[in-house]
Design a protein around this ligand. Structure first.
Ligand SMILES: *Cc1c(COP(=O)(O)O)cnc(C)c1O
Length: 398
């Protein structure tokens, strides 16, 4: 309420940090499903799965009602259970860690790289060497492509080969991006890659997620767990069919299914994926320019990669600014620029306190948390709005 009032004064609508674009053709596509026979479990979800798999260069895809569900399925398919360890980045949404907790596994974090803000491969190597000595190696490691910039997958994969862990890429921010000239999602350096279709992400289905893999057994397992652990495939059954009605529940699964309405929206949005990511890059390049003379660090890009650019994260050079991080953040919100902070390091969450994490074990994540601000970035952000954001940052800092 307060934000709306403040910004009404300046005659400007607040500018969110991210938002979806829904076109008339998206609406037509969804309306057509509403007039059809199948609102769920029809032909569009498999079509959406094939389209995404093809787009990202993976063999198989399983669509779910969120990336959180997809991450849970990925952990289950890789056999994560009680007593196992799963490591991820602390600078991520809680879902990257919760997926392991759903399986009863123990979560731990690997500090971030100070330039990419992704899981540091150096910190990972150090932590693995110690874990090996203590007999506490992880079963799965989940790098997160923060803001769309791919993590150091080649190194993380090599460590996976050396220490014997599986890899899930949390690519919730990175669909449409490339790692070393290959699409994020081709799973060259991972077992499974997960995408999110939440409205602030690159393309949306309202809520939705997808897990892609090149391993047919993992794909089958995830597809089955996505729908109660049920199979209708005779080859998977433990005994002969008892008739046309027959199916078997082979393990305890969930109802994580995406609907036909959502798949129609996703298929329609997917046509614009390349345009969206290109537009995000153009906006990012203009921000680089507009913020050039300000005491902020702009996002680093690995020149070998192509970010999905879900977020444009600045870091305040606090030693050159008379105001504090929180003050700058709140001045921006008051000015109607609905900045955000991605993310509060997950080990700081009260629900993670019982695991006894120590903040000083993650010095780079702590420094990041003290300086980072995500500023508005989405395809329909206008040049005028972008100018307004840059001016507001200038005013908030000085
Ligand atoms: C958004 C997000 C998720 C969860 O996605 P949902 O589709 O909302 O469940 C997981 N990980 C990261 C890094 C995200 O940004």
């Amino acid at each position: 309420m307060k934000i709306a009032e403040e910004s009404a004064k300046s005659d400007h609508r607040p500018i969110p940090y991210g938002r979806q674009e829904v076109t008339d053709s998206d609406i037509e596509a969804v309306a057509a499903v509403l007039r059809s026979d199948f609102l769920t479990q029809g032909a569009l979800v498999p079509r959406f799965e094939r389209a995404v798999a093809e787009r990202v260069g993976a063999q198989h895809a399983v669509a779910s009602n969120s990336a959180t569900s997809s991450l849970h399925l990925a952990c289950l398919a890789l056999g994560v259970g009680p007593g196992d360890r799963v490591w991820t980045s602390p600078v991520t949404f809680v879902a990257s860690a919760n997926c392991a907790r759903y399986c009863g596994a123990d979560v731990d974090f690997v500090d971030i790289d100070p330039r990419s803000y992704n899981m540091s491969a150096v910190a990972l190597a150090d932590k693995l060497a110690i874990a090996k000595r203590e007999g506490k190696l992880p079963k799965v490691v989940i790098p997160v492509h923060l803001a769309g910039q791919p993590a150091d997958m080649e190194t993380i994969h090599a460590l996976g080969q050396k220490y014997g862990f599986s890899i899930i890429e949390d690519a919730s921010h990175a669909i449409g991006g490339r790692y070393r000239d290959r699409p994020v999602g081709d799973c060259r350096y991972s077992d499974i890659t997960v995408f999110s279709f939440h409205p602030v992400k690159i393309i949306t289905t309202g809520e939705g997620g997808m897990a892609v893999t090149n391993d047919p057994a993992l794909a089958r397992r995830m597809a089955r767990l996505n729908s109660h652990g049920i199979t209708r495939d005779q080859a998977e059954m433990t005994s002969p069919s008892e008739g046309g009605w027959y199916y078997q529940q082979l393990e305890l699964g969930y109802n994580y299914r995406l609907t036909e309405l959502q798949a129609a929206l996703g298929l329609s949005q997917l046509h614009r994926l390349d345009d969206y990511v290109a537009r995000r890059h153009a906006i990012a390049a203009r921000y680089d320019d507009l913020l050039r003379d300000l005491p902020v660090v702009v996002p680093w890009r690995d020149p070998r990669d192509y970010s999905g650019f879900h977020l444009y994260i600045i870091r305040l050079r606090l030693e050159e600014i008379s105001r504090g991080h929180r003050e700058v953040f709140e001045r921006l919100r008051k000015a109607g620029i609905l900045v955000n902070l991605h993310y509060i390091p997950v080990y700081r969450q009260p629900d993670f306190a019982r695991f006894g994490f120590v903040r000083s074990d993650f010095p780079e994540a702590e420094r990041y948390y003290a300086e980072a601000i995500s500023i508005p970035l989405y395809p329909t952000l206008t040049d005028e709005q972008q100018q307004e954001v840059a001016s507001a940052i200038r005013r908030a800092i000085t």
